[in-house]
Design a protein around this ligand. Structure first.
Ligand SMILES: *Cc1c(COP(=O)(O)O)cnc(C)c1O
Length: 353
């Protein structure tokens, strides 16, 4: 709990997103102590340290610090493609649905949607979608895998599922990008290392500002040649930052201190899911909750009503469709907060009369 609810007098339990996290005291100390320089001149030692550390964790030659996950993904798409190309993405993909039309606007590419299982598609899906070489068709260039899948409810790709897609993509001469905004959660949930997942991809994007709790920042990793070309597009998209070491210091702190604790978020999400699943009109199979995201349906398309009722008792969730609600656990949510949230929800749901 970290905010005060003005109407109810109760402390707000905010489950709308893991981006709501604020820097901890330890993180603020790391920020204050950071050595900085002009990173566009290549002179910020803390940014360099972060880039080296991220490349090491992901087992890639190089990495580049960027202001956001959206920029990281879109710089990757721009670096991999030419205008007129087509990219294969799941129909729920963040790169296509929540990045303001950037694939079309910034790279001039078409998105070809695959219909996966909660964000996860197969090698066969990729094979079925690829365009034959013919003047009528956009060349298929890139496959994007989102792990964990946000709209899939934090669903995790197993290493076998990733390898199936990666092997097919390679056979077909396609490039591979992973939107790993929550790759950390996938690794904690499966025990697969970041490097094992990343080995299957030409480029990988990771975020520090979600469950890891840094205020700002993401990174893009790949071969040295790929990152050298990506640096120009980062500058073109307005992402060249100056004394960014104060942000990189927070990211380094988050990597060190907030990765393994994600298992607590997963346990809290499972606890929340079990509690919600017992409520009338709520459709949720707790077995589908694999990480820190809980997505469920409210009968009668009453998502907005459900969220409004919760607001009156100081519990916040996000309506992500007419009948669909998302709740996310994070750094500032304890097990006691989840127990308290469930108790408050039972007071207002189902609505009386
Ligand atoms: C949050 C998120 C991003 C990046 O979002 P930004 O707000 O641009 O940092 C990318 N992909 C997924 C799956 C996300 O959930």
């Amino acid at each position: 709990m970290n905010q005060t609810g003005p109407s109810s007098g109760l402390e707000v339990i905010d489950l709308r997103s893991d981006t709501l996290t604020k820097p901890t005291t330890g993180m603020r100390a790391a920020i204050a102590a950071a050595e900085v320089g002009d990173d566009v001149f290549g002179e910020d030692p803390t940014v360099q340290r972060l880039e080296k550390r991220v490349a090491e964790i992901l087992g890639k030659e190089a990495a580049m610090f960027v202001p956001s996950g959206s920029m990281s993904n879109q710089v990757a798409i721009r670096t991999h493609t030419q205008p007129g190309d087509e990219i294969l993405v799941d129909e729920t993909a963040h790169v296509a649905l929540y990045e303001a039309g950037a694939p079309a606007a910034l790279s001039g590419v078409m998105c070809h949607y695959l219909r996966g299982d909660r964000g996860r598609f197969t090698g066969a899906d990729v094979r079925a979608a690829i365009r034959p070489a013919n003047v009528h068709f956009p060349p298929t260039r890139l496959v994007v895998v989102e792990n964990t899948s946000n709209r899939g409810g934090g669903s995790v790709w197993t290493l076998d599922q990733v390898r199936d897609v990666a092997q097919t993509a390679r056979e077909l001469g396609l490039r591979l990008h992973m939107d790993g905004a929550r790759l950390w959660n996938a690794c904690v949930a499966t025990g697969v290392s970041e490097a094992e997942y990343a080995a299957e991809f030409d480029s990988v994007s990771v975020c520090f500002s979600k469950g890891l709790g840094a205020p700002v920042g993401s990174a893009l990793a790949g071969s040295a040649g790929f990152i050298a070309r990506a640096r120009r597009f980062r500058k073109m998209f307005g992402g060249g930052m100056r004394q960014a070491g104060i942000l990189a210091a927070a990211a380094l702190y988050a990597l060190e201190h907030h990765r393994s604790r994600l298992k607590e978020d997963h346990a809290n999400a499972a606890l929340l899911a079990r509690g919600l699943a017992g409520l009338p009109g709520i459709h949720l199979d707790p077995a589908t909750v694999e990480t820190n995201i809980v997505i469920f349906d409210v009968a009668g398309d009453h998502a907005a009503r459900f969220v409004e009722r919760l607001e009156t008792v100081g519990v916040r969730m996000l309506a992500v469709g007419p009948g669909r609600v998302r709740a996310v656990t994070h750094l500032h949510i304890s097990e006691a907060d989840i127990q308290e949230a469930l108790e408050r929800i039972r007071r207002v749901w189902p609505p009386q009369g």
